[in-house]
Write a protein that binds this ligand. Structure first.
Ligand SMILES: C[S@@+](CC[C@H](N)C(=O)[O-])C[C@H]1O[C@@H](n2cnc3c(N)ncnc32)[C@H](O)[C@@H]1O
Length: 258
């Protein structure tokens, strides 16, 4: 093998120069490589963690130590409307503690088929329900039920994964039944909800009790009170009370500070 660049050879012959050049090359690569810089920045700022080993019911994405559950697809609509749900979840009790006023605007976030929306809407004689979901197929079912049940004050709203798409300061109460645990971007969605609440507006979360191992619901589809309170506090919501009037779920009330 011939050497056609003796100068470079003579430079690298010095261990001191070799060290300096190597150091400069490494530093240059670190500074000029945008991918590396972006990764470094996002790992400093993101609130989520992705893990490769995780539950088969989850998406491998963790928020404040909790794995986020998979979204229930629209093909599960029949399960949401199952007749036994009335006894299992007692939705009339949920409605009775919401302290609704006739002119309230209520956002049902993750409305699905509108299971709660259509129970709330008749009480809002001068108000309305904004039924928010990311699946257009769920919103089509809501449109179908609007005609079927002759209820006009339910407005379907198509959300994105990160934004409930609600107007600012327009909502008195945001309710989420069996939905929060499957939000892929819980912090962004909750920030959007807080923005959409009027001052003093409330958030009611209904989730299967994660503390109770005898509640036969998949672990990621249940939540503990401690976890919910931690996640709501992260977006500035203040816990007001937890009502244990439902057979298997917590009903937790939070308030936006004035
Ligand atoms: C298990 S279902 C519950 C539906 C309804 N709340 C009920 O109790 O029958 C959860 C719903 O949340 C919706 N969802 C998931 N992520 C969402 C998001 N980021 N924004 C709005 N809806 C979402 C899903 O599409 C699904 O329809």
């Amino acid at each position: 093998m011939t050497d056609d660049n003796p100068r470079q050879l003579s430079l690298f012959a010095s261990p001191y120069l070799r060290f300096i050049v190597t150091l400069l090359v490494v530093l240059g690569c670190l500074l000029l490589n945008p991918t590396h810089s972006a990764q470094a920045t996002s790992s400093l700022t993101t609130v989520y963690e992705q893990r490769t080993i995780h539950s088969s019911n989850g998406i491998g994405k963790y928020y404040m130590g909790r794995e986020i559950a998979q979204v229930m697809g629209h093909t599960g609509a029949g399960w949401l409307e199952r007749p036994s749900r009335e006894a299992e979840e007692q939705p009339s009790k949920i409605v009775s503690v919401l302290n609704l006023k006739p002119d309230d605007v209520v956002a049902d976030i993750g409305a699905g088929t509108g299971y709660l929306s259509f129970r709330v809407a008749p009480l809002l004689t001068k108000g309305k329900v904004l039924a928010v979901d990311i699946q257009p197929e769920m919103l089509e079912i809501i449109e179908f039920f609007k005609q079927e049940k002759h209820i006009s004050n339910v407005e379907p709203i198509l959300a994105s994964m990160t934004n409930p798409n609600l107007p600012d300061a327009s909502v008195d109460l945001a309710v989420m039944v069996d939905a929060y645990h499957e939000l892929e971007y819980p912090q962004e969605v909750m920030q959007g909800i807080v923005k959409a609440l009027k001052p003093g507006g409330k958030v009611v979360l209904v989730e299967y009790r994660g503390e109770n191992p005898f509640i036969m619901i998949k672990r990621l589809h249940k939540m503990t009170q401690k976890q919910v309170r931690q996640e709501m506090q992260a977006v500035g919501l203040v816990w007001r009370e937890t009502k244990n009037l439902l057979p298997q779920q917590h009903l937790m009330v939070f308030e936006k500070q004035v």
